[in-house]
Design a protein. Structure first.
Length: 200
């Protein structure tokens, strides 16, 4: 189950974030990697990792919680209920691809039975449905198109596009929230052009 953690001081937050980013990067390439390897990738000692995450299970739970929050924030930042549908769709596509690229390992091991995951997933899908309804109302999507089917096609295209993306990294090798923006923009434009030319 995804655990909630108590608020941290800003320096502790930065350290925890660096550990989680390193864990995502290291575990993506080697799911059996040790806490020592994660600590080394984060540039901290194993003691520092253990001070924040008592054991591997706690670290994985925190990694999953961080990933799903990033995914939820990707939707929030796109303003799907208020921005014009073409703008919201493009923003959303870029944001989701960036998040899936940078947090792919953690998102891939989320438990479908976890209540927190279920709640976030339902919320995200409901917001996506509202955005597609708005797009249909504005004429971007033909009135006879089944919106559930359209959303499934959209999600499938995003997932396929992400497979070819590498997570952006800093010179130190730590995951960076800024993936290749030009490539994300290109892929988002291609996905939406393909989708809307078929269902518009």
């Amino acid at each position: 189950m995804i655990d909630t953690v108590k608020p941290l001081r800003s320096d502790a937050q930065r350290t925890a974030a660096a550990i989680l980013q390193a864990a995502e990067r290291v575990l993506r390439h080697d799911p059996t990697a040790s806490l020592e390897q994660i600590a080394a990738a984060a540039g901290v000692t194993r003691t520092t990792v253990h001070r924040r995450f008592a054991n591997r299970q706690v670290l994985i739970a925190a990694l999953q919680a961080s990933a799903i929050e990033h995914f939820y924030d990707a939707f929030e930042a796109a303003s799907p209920e208020t921005a014009p549908p073409p703008v919201a769709l493009h923003r959303l596509t870029v944001n989701v691809m960036r998040t899936k690229s940078n947090w792919g390992y953690a998102l891939g091991i989320l438990s479908e039975n976890d209540p927190a995951v279920i709640t976030k997933r339902r919320t995200v899908l409901a917001r996506l449905e509202v955005l597609f309804q708005r797009a249909q109302h504005d004429g971007l999507i033909a009135p006879d198109v089944n919106l559930d089917w359209a959303q499934r096609m959209y999600r499938a295209m995003v997932d396929e596009a992400v497979k070819d993306l590498e997570p952006a990294t800093s010179p130190q090798g730590v995951a960076d929230t800024r993936a290749n923006e030009a490539e994300l923009d290109r892929l988002a434009t291609l996905i939406l052009r393909t989708l809307l030319s078929g269902i518009g």
